[in-house]
Design a protein around this ligand. Structure first.
Ligand code: URA
Ligand code: SF4
Length: 217
């Protein structure tokens, strides 16, 4: 990218009144970066404004792009399983992504759409939606799942492998933490079970926080 060229941004597409329903509606028309051109639809976050926990993934996958809802594909099944194991109720959770449109490239035969990591400029462009979601939900706990979400919210230098499962000082919420992305568990081979257990352990750290904050309230 040229040195002085500003990042594209979703900012102009955000509505004046920022409730979850108005945000979700406005996000359908976002052209804040080029990703909308090749995706089926915007996949906004899902959950109630009373959610205690916000989970942030990377971007919708193929299934999410078609259905228009976050984490309804294979990664979503891993996530649901881990949340249940950690004792976190789905009704306590707001689930969203750092980037709201599916970024993909065709496979060699042009038959399948392969997930393509969003560019840093696209993550930056989409950030106003994520900020507005955080403002509307006001979660007590934010969990960044994977490097993209962590870098979007915690900075480019953040390392998930080194800093996972522990509190990160942040103004975004009383308790902010990063862990792996559930897709990394899908990709794991022989140590899949251990990786799932480690993911659950990280989610339990967050679950304890919710209980602690609740007791203090
Ligand atoms: N991976 C993500 O990061 N988000 C989804 O919604 C689905 C898969
Ligand atoms: Fe807008 Fe985000 Fe979609 Fe880019 S990815 S067009 S910024 S909603």
């Amino acid at each position: 990218m040229a040195k002085n060229k500003a990042f594209p941004t979703a900012a102009a597409f955000l509505p004046k009144e920022r409730t979850l329903p108005t945000l979700q509606h406005a996000s359908k028309f976002c052209q804040g970066c080029d990703l909308y051109l090749r995706a089926t639809q915007t996949v906004f976050g899902e959950g109630t404004k009373n959610a205690k926990v916000m989970l942030v993934g990377e971007q919708p996958g193929d299934k999410e792009d078609v259905e228009g809802r976050p984490f309804v594909g294979p990664a979503g099944r891993i996530l649901d399983e881990a949340l249940a194991a950690a004792g976190i109720a789905r009704s306590d959770v707001y689930v969203t992504n750092a980037v709201k449109h599916f970024s993909w490239t065709p496979d060699e035969r042009g038959k399948r759409r392969i997930h393509k990591k969003p560019r840093y400029s696209e993550i930056q462009a989409c950030r106003p939606w994520l900020d507005a979601e955080i403002e509307a939900v006001h979660p007590e706990v934010i969990i960044c799942m994977g490097a993209t979400a962590a870098q979007a919210l915690l900075g480019k230098e953040f390392s998930v492998s080194r800093q996972r499962g522990t509190a990160v000082p942040s103004d975004l919420a009383p308790f902010v933490m990063a862990t792996v992305h559930p897709s990394s568990i899908l990709r794991a081979r022989e140590d899949r079970h251990e990786q799932m257990q480690a993911f659950i352990r990280d989610l339990i750290v967050a679950a304890k926080q919710i209980h602690k904050l609740r007791r203090a309230a």
